[in-house]
Write a new protein. Structure first.
Length: 203
C-alpha cells in the first residue's frame, strides 16, 4: 500500500489545527487542569528507551498523581510485576507522557514532560497506603499540558455500562500464560488465586 512519506503530504491531507487545539495548551498545571488531574483514578504512562516504547496503565485512588507545584507532578510506583519497563526507559530517556482518564467524563488530559525517579525515604513515606510506601516515585517536570476532546470517548462508548464485555468471553491471564509457556506457568490455578493475591499486593 502507498505510504505517506513527507511532512508536506501529511499536512496537505489534514490541514492546520483549529484555534482551540492550540489555545488549550499550557506549560503549567492551571487550576482547571489541576481539578481534572485530581479527579482521575487512572492514567496511562508512556515512555521511550533504546529497546523501543512502552505504554503502561497506572491506577489508584482519585488524585493519586500528586501536583507538587504548577510545573511538577509526582506518581508513586505501586506494587506490580517488577518488569519495570517504564522505569528502565526513564533512566535512559527522560521523555515521558501521561494520559489521564476520568470515569464518566469525555475529557482526558495529556501531559508531556521529562521525568526522573527518586527513592527519597520521606517522600516515599508520604505516599504510603495502609502503611506500605511505594518503592520509588516518578517526578515529571511539565513541558506541556492540555485536554483532549471527547470524540474518542464518545465513539467508543467507553463509560456506557450496557456495552461492557462479559469477562467470561475473553481469555484469562492464566490461559494466556499457559499457552505462552507451554503450561509451565499460569493455568486455572493462576486465575483462581488472583483475587487473593491482588488483595494482598495492591499497595
Amino acid at each position: 500500500m502507498p505510504m505517506i512519506e513527507t511532512m508536506d503530504e501529511l499536512e496537505a491531507l489534514y490541514g492546520q489545527p483549529a484555534a482551540p487545539s492550540l489555545a488549550k495548551v499550557a506549560t503549567v498545571a492551571t487550576a482547571e487542569y489541576r481539578t481534572l488531574i485530581e479527579a482521575s483514578p487512572f492514567a496511562v504512562l508512556a515512555t521511550c528507551g533504546p529497546e523501543g516504547i512502552d505504554c503502561s496503565p497506572r491506577g489508584d485512588r482519585p488524585g493519586f498523581v500528586r501536583i507538587h507545584d504548577d510545573r511538577t507532578l509526582m506518581l508513586p510506583d505501586r506494587a506490580g510485576n517488577n518488569r519495570i519497563d517504564s522505569l528502565r526507559n526513564i533512566m535512559r530517556d527522560p521523555r515521558t507522557s501521561l494520559l489521564f482518564l476520568i470515569p464518566g467524563s469525555g475529557t482526558t488530559v495529556r501531559v508531556n514532560g521529562k521525568a526522573h525517579l527518586t527513592a527519597d525515604e520521606a517522600l516515599l513515606d508520604s505516599f504510603a497506603v495502609d502503611g506500605k510506601p511505594p518503592r520509588s516515585v516518578l517526578v515529571l517536570e511539565i513541558d506541556e499540558i492540555y485536554f483532549q476532546c471527547a470524540r474518542a470517548i464518545v465513539r467508543s462508548h467507553l463509560w456506557d455500562p450496557e456495552i461492557q464485555v462479559d469477562p467470561k468471553s475473553l481469555p484469562t491471564p492464566g490461559r494466556i500464560l499457559a499457552v505462552q509457556s507451554d503450561n509451565t506457568v499460569g493455568g486455572d490455578a493462576y486465575d483462581k488465586e488472583w483475587p487473593d493475591r491482588a488483595r494482598k499486593s495492591l499497595w
